[in-house]
Design a protein around this ligand. Structure first.
Ligand code: SAH
Length: 219
């Protein structure tokens, strides 16, 4: 059958497998991350008009001047956050489409996700529900302050670029927990990995990335 004529061709298993092959070729090794990305349908998280491009390795617009992150970056950040471990409680800042939230929900016990744009949050919540996930909680707020009520977290993932490392997020890390965050205020930012250690925090630079800015709410 012609893949593009069967109505679901663009989103077929074969199309998704090609994306996973590409992620492998780009150095993603964590099989749990690759399996989650194979199984979770990314086209559900973008507008129907863009569904045919959902399995390209590219960021796509989701309205409100925001984007769903490039699959490679989602994989890279998730792999760095997990570091091959089982995580119980994870915080995400910047729910956006809810795609990264869903990948996390498939891999950890509980996901807490903060988003400042209400229509995006509502859509994200409905997508996770429709896909059958129950282990998540959303909050409409400025994520720069984290989510103190549920801290400490075994991992924190920020999907918008912070001009500086938010101290509130560091302080909500459990011992040995990791924070993955793009830092910088230029067009490109440094993806950083912060680990809470017995002595304080270890700070490592992973690679250059391209995120929308983490906006500070006016209060
Ligand atoms: N993880 C998302 C990527 C979303 S883009 C996905 O998979 O689709 C970044 C998101 O961060 C946007 O939705 C933006 O509204 C949100 N954001 C920016 N600043 C924020 C802040 N201070 N608090 C919470 N969310 C914020």
């Amino acid at each position: 059958m012609n893949e593009h004529w069967d109505g679901i061709g663009f989103t077929s298993q074969r199309t998704r497998e090609r994306l996973i092959q590409r992620l492998r070729a780009m150095g993603i090794r964590d099989e749990r991350v690759l399996t989650a990305m194979l199984n979770i349908p990314r086209h559900v998280f973008v507008d129907e008009a863009l569904a045919s491009r959902a399995y390209e390795d590219t960021a796509l617009p989701i309205g409100h001047s925001q984007t769903i992150s490039q699959p490679y970056i989602v994989a890279r950040m998730t792999e760095a956050l997990l570091a091959g471990r089982e995580l119980r409680r994870v915080l995400e800042i910047g729910s956006g489409s809810g795609y990264q939230t869903t990948i996390l929900a498939a891999l950890v016990d509980e996901v807490y996700s903060v988003e400042r744009i209400e229509p995006l949050l509502r859509l994200a919540r409905r997508r996770l529900q429709d896909l059958g996930y129950r282990n998540f909680r959303f909050r409409l707020d400025d994520g720069g302050a984290g989510w103190p009520e549920y801290a400490p977290f075994d991992g924190i993932l920020v999907t918008a670029a912070a001009a500086e490392l938010p101290q509130a997020l560091c302080s909500q890390l459990a011992p040995d927990a990791r924070l993955v965050i793009p830092v910088g205020n230029g067009a490109q930012q440094q993806l950083e990995l912060i680990t809470r250690t017995a002595e304080g925090y270890r700070r490592e630079q992973l690679e250059m990335v391209n995120f929308v800015p983490l906006v500070r709410n006016e209060r």
